[in-house]
Design a protein. Structure first.
Length: 139
């Protein structure tokens, strides 16, 4: 009586790769939508600028979620005395608002953290969803 060995590693790796790729697209869309919901809105420019991109590699794939709007950095990390890591300007300053032309004095902008809050609020849900996707495709 002999032992027969069947190597399914190629199939398993392909299913895992496809599952992870599908998950990354879903996770990117969820994180983008949540970051947009978390954003403060004045003109809507920053809120509408959040995007996601999936980069697929042979050994590793990654999803990037972010914004190319300058204000998104200020929303995430704050400015002036309110800067997240305490590395902002320490005194007030005056700026002219381009919308109304008036001058305003400010000590900075408090961080809102739309991306950080999106990730933290969805972390558990996304982990469970990844497990579901892999289990469903492995059956």
């Amino acid at each position: 009586m002999g032992i027969e060995y069947t190597d399914n590693s190629v199939h398993v790796k392909a299913v895992l790769s496809e599952s992870i790729r599908a998950f990354l697209y879903e996770a990117g869309g969820e994180l983008q939508a949540q970051a947009m919901r978390n954003s403060r809105v004045d003109t809507g420019h920053t809120k509408g600028s959040y995007q996601y991109k999936v980069e697929q590699g042979v050994e590793e794939s990654t999803v990037y979620v972010g914004s190319n709007a300058q204000n998104a950095i200020w929303e995430e990390f704050g400015t002036g005395e309110y800067a997240l890591n305490g590395n902002g300007r320490k005194n007030s300053w005056v700026y002219q608002n381009p919308k109304d032309g008036k001058f305003y004095r400010t000590k900075g902008k408090r961080p809102n953290r739309p991306l950080y809050r999106a990730f933290n609020s969805l972390r558990g849900k996304l982990n469970r969803h990844l497990e579901q996707i892999i289990k469903a495709r492995m059956e």
